[in-house]
Design a protein. Sequence first.
Length: 288
Amino acid sequence: MTSLAPALPAIPTQGPLSRLLRSPSALAGSLLLLLVLAMAASAGWLFPGDPLDMVAEPFLRPGADPAYLLGTDMLGRDLLAGIFHGARVSLLIAAVSTLLALLLGVSGGLLAGYYGGWLDAALMRVTEFFQTIPSFLFALAIVAVVQPTLWTIALAIGVTAWPGLARLVRAEALRLRHGEMVRASVALGASDARILLRDILPNAATPILVSASLMVATAILTESSLAFLGLGDPNAASWGNMVGAGREVLRTDWYITTIPGLAIVITVLALNLLGDGLADVLDPRDHK
């Protein structure tokens, strides 16, 4: 006998977290990133001294002294301590610069896409101006003019990293501002701020999250490049400073540059894998 009971709607069996754990890219990227975060968090506990202190004889090869597993550089500084403390400094610069870029890019894109008109035209002209200058050269010029410190480097990277994100958020705001959700909020008398923060921004979160993970990776590479050119903070043990300091002895003592270089590669790889995984997991077209 055929049942006359109404069919129940299908219940999704996988949430975003479950899909994230099933994504090989996201899982591998998350594990690698957790390792780097653990290094940054434990740096002060495992290596309580100043990583820039000269603690042993110079040019100790990795494994030559059990007290300094990764060896020492040309000044006798512990490379392993530098790697752990460098994780903290490099991630700090990347996080601050990314937060600044998110603030500028998201706010500019939302305002331009939602209001349109002269405000959209003005904001897009500013965005195009920043895009006409190569971001690395712009950051290099800013750091060269002011004294290179952790905060000025983060500021320079953040100020030059937002235009692409602004265009992305603007496109999402243009798509959503005429949608049913926004029209319903307008009919109910919601303020512009509420519509922007409650209706448009959450629905544009997916591309913002993916872009943020890639911006963190780009910030780490940019800081390393600036430090390689001698524009890093001389009072901080960042991975970029370690690579820059070892370039003069690269042919004879390759490990001084290679070890922090591998730390940069692993971290950037982790962030790119995480970004790819987030793009796949959060794409609604793949999970209808």
